[in-house]
Design a protein around this ligand. Structure first.
Ligand SMILES: [Ca+2]
Ligand SMILES: [Ca+2]
Ligand SMILES: [Ca+2]
Length: 368
């Protein structure tokens, strides 16, 4: 009897032991179909981190989902074909290991990432997240627009998919499901081991001290997972967040935040104290990629109803909770890289001057 009871208790605890709750969504048409796997980020109302960058960071008052992986080149290729998006990617053939289909899409500008998000919204019957005018120029939403949210005039509150905000990205990367924060996006306070690929815990695709890595790994083979189950937020390709560098989304053209490390950076420079603050939304670097985020999944019992009729999809009825206003005390950074120096940064710049030739120095010109 005691054994039976212990078994019951063990199995009753199983769901709680499994923290990574994922959902896969499909997009595109026919041969140009693709899927994106999301991890649910819970613990709503978590405390902010006051040791990272920006400070405070990572507090999110609602449940949401974030892509488990960076968006791959294959996904962009298919979305371009299915939606005539015209998104350009960096040609990696001569320097960075080739244009493999599962390599992270890089050479992506913030505007291109936003257009991709709009495509997966509108092609699935949902509201576009970002406002582009008739000439294709990004604009902020205004009070006359359906879905206008005064606390975030970039993101339409009716959209199902969006770029993760700085807080949403940071929480998924560095927080623990039980509260608290790690220094690195591998569920660890110790510097991850730099690797060229693989999925071992506390590893990340970044440069070793000899700069021997030549390019990013496939998005599903790009290091150990975060405490929430996301991959490569700390390495492989850097990632755009939705949020303006100054923390206040109030101007369409202002600099946007790029986070996480990249394959050629040293592992110590990929943590919670590092972000790139100088990037205009039109810049497309050899290392700039992204992942996307999504409203909470509808309850399992409601999914059949949601599939049957998108007009009554639960996320449209419940409305997506507006993000918490970003703190105006967030310091405005003027240095190219901001944050506390890591042990590696004291002796080596986060961007190696030797290998590869710094993509920072030659951002591609803004699209015409
Ligand atoms: Ca591009
Ligand atoms: Ca990354
Ligand atoms: Ca601003």
């Amino acid at each position: 009897m005691l054994i039976v009871l212990r078994c019951c208790v063990f199995f009753a605890l199983l769901p709680r032991l499994s923290t990574a709750q994922t959902i896969t969504e499909t997009f595109g048409i026919g041969a140009n179909g693709f899927s994106i796997e999301f991890v649910q980020i819970g613990n709503p109302g978590n405390e902010p981190d006051t040791t990272g960058n920006p400070n405070p960071a990572g507090s999110v008052s609602y449940v949401y989902n974030i892509g488990k992986y960076e968006i791959s080149r294959d996904i962009i290729d298919k979305a371009n074909l299915a939606g005539a998006l015209g998104i350009t990617m960096y040609d990696m053939t001569s320097e960075y290991g080739g244009n493999g289909a599962l390599k992270p899409a890089t050479g992506i500008s913030w505007y291109e990432a936003a257009k991709f998000v709009n495509y997966i919204n509108t092609s699935s019957g949902n509201t576009a997240a970002y406002k582009f005018d008739g000439s294709g120029n990004f604009q902020v939403w205004s009070s006359g627009d359906a879905g206008f949210n005064p606390s975030n005039v970039y993101r339409n509150s009716l959209a199902k998919y969006f770029l993760p905000s700085s807080a949403e990205w940071y929480k998924a990367a560095f927080s623990s499901p039980s509260g608290g924060y790690y220094n690195f996006a591998t569920g660890s306070d110790s510097v991850p081991n730099p690797v060229a690929g693989g999925t071992n815990s506390n590893t990340l695709v970044s440069s070793d001290p000899d700069n021997t890595l030549i390019g990013p790994a496939n998005v599903d083979n790009a290091g150990g997972l975060s405490a929430w189950g996301t991959m490569a937020q700390g390495g492989n390709a850097m990632e755009w967040t939705e949020t303006a560098v100054d923390g206040i989304n109030d101007s369409a053209g202002e600099n946007k935040e790029l986070r996480g490390g990249a394959w050629y950076m040293v592992a110590g420079s990929t943590g919670a104290d590092t972000r790139l603050t100088v990037s205009k939304p039109s810049y497309e670097y050899a290392f700039s990629g992204f992942r996307i985020a999504m409203v909470p999944a509808p309850p399992r019992s409601s999914r059949r109803t949601a599939r049957a009729s998108r007009r009554t999809a639960p996320w449209k009825i419940l409305r997506y909770p507006p993000p918490a206003p970003l703190s105006r005390t967030c310091p405005r950074k003027t240095a190219e890289w901001s944050g506390h120096p890591s042990p590696r940064q004291t002796t080596a710049p986060p961007i190696s001057p030797a290998h590869p030739p710094s993509p920072f120095r030659s951002p591609a010109p803004p699209p015409a």
